[in-house]
Ligand binder design. Structure first.
Ligand code: CU
Length: 136
């Protein structure tokens, strides 16, 4: 009977330790989930780029040129209060490789690049907005 009680308390102690160990990892998970809600993105469309001027400093998309490995995904986030797009090619010469369509404010768009090369893109609403993805 005493042996059984000892066993029970050992099991109890082990359980308490396991619970204590799992606590921090649970809160870690919670933190990750929270940060997942905030889409950071690889390229952002900053505020006020719906008016010409951002092209002077090449900051219509930030960064305006991004280098990624083949097979990697690129995410754009529209942080402006206006609509924007991520459309392949140039304003006067679209390539029809990809087109995000009109992105609402804070909407994001992701693309995976499987082939290496240079991919120019622009915004169909604002011809001065230009960017480039370089896939290596
Ligand atoms: Cu735009």
């Amino acid at each position: 009977m005493i042996k059984k009680i000892t066993m029970m308390s050992v099991v109890g102690v082990v359980l308490v330790i396991l619970l204590a160990l799992s606590m921090p990892s649970n809160s870690d998970k919670k933190n990750t989930e929270t940060s997942d809600l905030i889409v950071k993105g690889d390229v952002i469309m900053p505020t006020k780029v719906s008016r010409p001027g951002c092209e002077v400093l090449d900051i219509c998309y930030i960064p305006s040129s991004i280098i990624v490995e083949k097979g990697k995904q690129v995410t754009w986030v529209n942080q402006d209060s206006a609509f924007h797009s991520v459309t392949s090619g140039f304003y006067d010469e679209p390539t029809e490789l990809f087109d995000s369509g009109h992105l609402d404010p804070f909407e994001s768009f992701s693309l995976t690049f499987d082939e290496s090369g240079k991919y120019d893109y622009f915004c169909t609403l604002h011809p001065w907005m230009k960017g480039q993805v370089i896939v290596e």
